[in-house]
Design a protein around this ligand. Structure first.
Ligand code: PHE
Length: 343
């Protein structure tokens, strides 16, 4: 065979290989192309090598040299294509390999936790009833968590086993009037903080975490969230309390929800009630409420002869569970995406 013809076919082969490698849109296509050109048994380059044996003897050295060059070039082109498909090549993304009609891969977006969603909704709803949202600290002193709320030292609610104390007054090494610290067991602390710094009238809600050493079960958890409401003005009565809670329940659940009051006792309200809501043909307890005890008004410097008010505290987990028919509040804390993504 004439040298010129051999070289011409060889160059043609090199260009073809490059074109086919470049066009390969995935690893499988590229592997097929590799076998087509560089396959050990029936590859096109192997066939070209046979042609090398047919060129004139005198031309063999230059033909062989050229054959090796082309072979190296083809191998280099293959490597470049492999790198491109492995994602670290710098090949352009336009051209025939990009198919704009293939549906995109939507990124998975998260969303707010159901408890946070409930808190935001409660703020909105109570905001429309004229209640301003305020916050208080989760680490509280005994004055705000107990004493100002008419819970004296000998009251069982102050039992160390029923609270997460961080430091007792003695351990703080302080004076007799210094107060111990604990994780607040209720949001009623915020009532005191607001009334200490604001003259009446007051119309606030406070939402946040509270802590009690309860065993976790379907309706209890050592940490949970409460919404506290407080309204103080002239001439406020129990009827106002009930209308606000009814309005709240009807707007939040948007169905035929009923509420009922059961007589109860809290040191900081008088009279006091438990608030139940209807759910699946039963009554479930949502929290407590009542008319602010005159002793609480005295503790914050309000005149109980001039002002009256109501307060309520509801468990947000229970409100949220009832809304979504969740039967075990522990689900809210497992961080299981299969549960959370349903909200
Ligand atoms: N703080 C009470 C509790 O945690 C609830 C409550 C709030 C009761 C306000 C009356 C008034 O159980």
């Amino acid at each position: 065979m004439a040298l010129a013809q051999f070289l011409c076919e060889l160059d043609q082969l090199g260009r073809e290989a490059q074109a086919v490698f470049t066009a390969a849109s995935d690893i499988e296509a590229l592997e097929a192309a590799r076998i087509q050109f560089l396959g050990m048994k029936a590859g096109l380059l192997k066939a070209a090598q046979k042609g090398l044996g047919l060129v004139d003897k005198a031309d063999k050295p230059s033909a062989g040299q050229r054959f090796n060059q082309v072979k190296q070039q083809i191998e280099a082109d293959l490597q470049e294509a492999q790198a491109r498909l492995a994602g670290n090549g710098s090949a352009p993304v336009d051209g025939p390999r990009f198919d704009p009609t293939v549906p995109g891969e939507a990124p998975r977006l998260g969303h707010l936790h159901p408890i946070t969603q409930t808190i935001e909704e409660l703020k909105d709803l109570m905001g429309r009833l004229g209640f301003t949202a305020v916050e208080g600290p989760e680490v509280e002193d005994e004055w705000h968590n107990f004493e100002a709320l008419n819970i004296p030292l000998e009251h069982p609610a102050r039992n160390p086993l029923d609270n997460f104390y961080l430091a007792t007054a003695q351990r703080l090494g302080g004076a007799a009037d210094e107060k111990g610290l604990l994780l607040r067991s209720q949001t009623s602390t915020v009532q005191i903080r607001v009334m200490e710094t604001t003259p009446p009238p007051v119309r606030i809600i406070s939402l946040g975490r509270v802590y009690r050493p309860d065993d976790a079960d379907a309706t209890h958890y050592p940490m949970f969230h409460q919404i506290e409401g407080l309204l103080v003005d002239r001439g406020i009565t129990m009827a106002d309390l009930k209308s606000v809670l009814r309005l709240f329940a009807k707007s939040f659940f948007q169905d035929d929800v009923h509420i009922r009051f059961r007589p109860s006792f809290f040191p900081f309200t008088e009279p006091s009630v438990e608030v139940d809501m209807s759910w699946q043909g039963r009554w479930i307890e949502m929290g407590g409420a009542g008319m602010v005890d005159p002793n609480v008004f005295r503790a914050v410097g309000y005149d109980p002869e001039e002002f009256t008010g109501f307060a309520f505290g509801l468990g947000i987990e229970r409100v949220c569970a009832r809304r979504h028919n969740v039967t075990d509040i522990r689900e809210f804390y497992k961080n299981d995406v299969r549960f959370l993504q349903q909200f």
